[in-house]
Design a protein around this ligand. Structure first.
Ligand code: GKR
Ligand code: MG
Length: 429
């Protein structure tokens, strides 16, 4: 597949592909599902060319993702780094058992397939860009902005994990009251300059969380606010709350658990509804549009199928009148660099991107922690993603993976250590 052989013969081929699972320290952040465990899992991908150039990627580190990545990795050896169609074919055959249909990105919600393609696509694009000596955003068509805006991601949280994780408690302390959340926001804005605030909700009864929003509004009169209960509210609860949210938040993210509920709620409000839960694959777009269920799609190259898929999503959103923001999960600098490079190329990035990065203390890149200024990040300079691996850190975080005992994220299991009767059934309220 891909370009004819004579065009590719001068280019180095992929000679080795490595996937290293890692675990890094994660604070006890609360959400509708429970509480973050002491370690978050990721995979670090290296796609090496015959000349020794290495392209990097970062993705999920759960057992299913690791199995899919491990199955596809050896099949990339011998491919041209430019042969992204070859990647899609290998991943599709390996994960679905059927050949690729020619569609460039999985249309249906085969998350494992989209995740696998996206993970290797980033590493192959990074490799291409490094081989050409170009920054990744240039390979993606060019940056339309020099710096990408990010939002402060605020969480209710415990001061420390229930079981001693073998490392000191995070520096943020407990955050359960309105005053705590305002203090957390002030500290985050002071440290990073964020110009938008996102409150992770679905933890407490919604009126209490809306009181937190009002406290944030009082402390930050000019910062756009958003709230995300991850489908934790029933349709009737969400309808009841609309008057308290209209005019307060720039968008309401996943208030209710299903696409149909989102459609019914959207019919009752002019407040934009956003999602990273109900519209998560290209095949979901027609029904989303038919129902008018979502006005803001949170892109995420990790599960939409990669950086080019993220750009295509943004194009489709523009054509069909949807807005684009960006979703995040606990992640390290390779993911942040990829998010920033692609976000820099998207003209219709309508909102500041989410990031969990301020909550993370560990890093796997040699450049150290990437630094936000005025709530924004420039794509790291240099060829490709602009970040390189710290192999000592990689080995240490892999060792943590081996010993931490976590193989799949399970916030509910962790929460049952505090409350044995805990259930993460949704809607909660
Ligand atoms: O880290 O607890 C968390 C978040 O709730 C995360 O799991 C979500 O995927 O950040 C995400 C979101 O916007 O829904
Ligand atoms: Mg969300």
């Amino acid at each position: 597949m891909g370009a004819p052989a004579d065009h590719q013969s001068r280019l180095p081929r992929i000679s080795d592909v490595r996937v290293t699972p890692i675990a890094f320290r994660d604070p006890p952040l609360l959400n509708v599902a429970g509480v973050h465990e002491p370690f978050a899992l990721r995979s670090i991908l290296e796609v090496e060319a015959e000349d020794g150039t290495i392209g990097l990627g970062e993705s999920y580190g759960d057992t299913a993702t690791l199995a899919a990545l491990a199955a596809v990795a050896p099949q990339l050896v011998g491919l041209s780094p430019w042969d992204l169609a070859g990647l899609i074919n290998a991943a599709t055959l390996s994960i679905t058992g059927s050949p690729a249909t020619g569609a460039p990105y999985p249309a249906v919600a085969d998350k494992t397939l989209a995740v696998t393609i996206g993970a290797f696509e980033v590493a192959m694009l990074d490799l291409q860009a490094r081989l050409l000596g170009l920054p990744l955003h240039a390979l993606l068509g060019g940056a339309v902005r020099e710096r990408v805006p990010f939002a402060a991601y605020l969480f209710y949280k415990f001061a420390h994990h229930r079981d001693d994780p073998g490392y000191p408690a995070d520096p943020w302390g407990e955050a359960l009251s309105d005053a705590d959340l305002v203090a957390q926001a002030q500290r985050m804005v002071r440290a990073y300059g964020f110009g938008s605030l996102k409150l992770k909700a679905g933890v407490f009864p919604p009126e209490r969380e809306i009181a937190t929003l009002h406290a944030l509004r009082h402390a930050f009169p000019d910062h756009p606010l958003r709230i995300d209960p991850n489908g934790g509210w029933s349709l009737s609860t969400a309808k009841r709350l609309l008057p308290q949210l209209e005019g307060v938040v720039e968008y309401l993210e996943d208030p209710v658990p299903t696409l149909a509920d989102m459609g019914q709620l959207a019919a009752e409000t002019t407040l934009p509804l956003a999602t990273n839960m109900v519209t998560v694959a290209f095949g979901h777009l027609p029904e989303t549009l038919r129902l008018g269920a979502v006005q803001v799609v949170l892109s995420d190259h990790h599960y939409w199928g990669g950086l080019r898929a993220t750009q295509r999503l943004a194009d489709l959103a523009r054509v069909f009148g949807l807005k684009i923001a960006m979703h995040s999960n606990s992640h390290l600098g390779i993911s942040l660099a990829a998010m920033t490079h692609v976000a820099a190329t998207i003209p219709n990035l309508d909102y500041a991107c989410d990031t969990h990065y301020p909550w993370q203390e560990d890093e796997v890149i040699a450049e150290g922690r990437l630094a936000f200024a005025h709530g924004t990040l420039a794509p790291p300079p240099g060829p490709g993603l602009g970040v390189t691996l710290d192999r000592t850190a990689l080995a240490a975080l892999h060792q943590t993976y081996l010993t931490c005992g976590i193989r799949v994220r399970d916030d509910a299991k962790e929460m049952r250590k505090y409350d044995p009767s805990w259930s993460s059934a949704r809607p909660r309220f």
